[in-house]
Design a protein around this ligand. Structure first.
Ligand code: PGA
Length: 261
């Protein structure tokens, strides 16, 4: 059997609830100047909805790609305040984050809503970055694998191989998000290997081998390379450090270098 193609790392910046349109334009203008080598790494920025179309215009000639932070699964209608996959696509995005732990925690997203959103993203030609990860309490109770298993089942039941091939997964231990407490490369690798193993069981070896699994949670320029050298870590979903142009560019650079592992 021929080995699967190597997975190109992806670094995605999740800006969360930050940046006005003007600030978004300033940040992306600097990123375009600072990030010029895309040979070994793909790069995505995910501004708030309000800045999507302006940033999209700014990225027309750039290899930096655009993502949204959430979507609603219905196409249109009486759903005040919601934004559909079609509208996100229309604003110029190619990616969308789905099921971030902050959405699960503060906005009561469930396995079911994560699954519907993932389906809706695919239907609209968006690449979903589906987030999973355990809380500190769950880790301390030795429930990490159990939680990941339930989240994988919850998100991907009913999907076929072709659909999974369009998806990116992000493992984000909740205790590492915004806390400065990054998972050790070994802790992250253990979880990533588990996720890939479950995906292999459900969707076959080839699909699992090609699946990009990002790590998220306090990724900074100085911990990127060590994480990225682990065999099952294929990039990062970066929150805080993606708001500052130099630190995000440095993460991208370090990921590209480590990718030559
Ligand atoms: P952080 O956030 O990098 O600020 O920890 C990561 C995320 O929530 O995606």
């Amino acid at each position: 059997m021929t080995p699967p193609p190597p997975r190109k790392p992806l670094i995605a910046g999740n800006w969360k609830l930050n940046k006005t349109i003007k600030e978004a334009i300033e940040l992306v203008t600097l990123l375009k100047r600072l990030i010029t080598d895309f040979q070994n790494v793909d790069v995505v920025v995910c501004p708030p909805f309000t800045a999507l179309s302006d940033v999209s215009e700014l990225l027309m000639e750039s290899e930096i790609q655009l993502g949204a932070q959430d979507l609603y699964w219905e196409e249109k209608g009486a759903f005040t305040g919601e934004v559909s996959g079609a509208l996100i696509k229309d604003a110029g995005a190619a990616f969308v984050i789905v099921g971030h732990s902050e959405r699960r925690q503060f906005f009561h997203e469930t396995h079911d809503t994560v699954q519907k959103k993932t389906k809706a993203a695919l239907k609209n030609g968006l690449i979903p970055i589906v987030c999973i990860g355990e809380t500190l309490k769950e880790r301390e109770a030795s429930k990490t694998f159990e939680v990941l298993e339930a989240q994988i089942k919850g998100a991907f039941t009913g999907f076929n191989k072709e659909e999974i091939q369009q998806i990116t997964v992000a493992y984000e231990p909740v205790w590492a998000i915004g806390t400065g407490k990054v998972a050790t490369p070994a802790q992250a690798e253990e979880a990533h290997a588990f996720v890939r193993g479950r995906m292999q069981k459900a969707f076959g070896e080839e699909t699992a081998a090609a699946l990009r699994i990002l790590y998220g949670g306090s990724v900074k320029p100085d911990n990127t390379a060590d994480l990225m050298r682990e065999p099952d870590i294929d990039g990062a979903l970066v929150g805080g450090a993606s708001l500052e142009p130099n630190s995000f560019a440095e993460i991208v650079k370090n990921a590209g270098v480590a990718a030559l592992r």
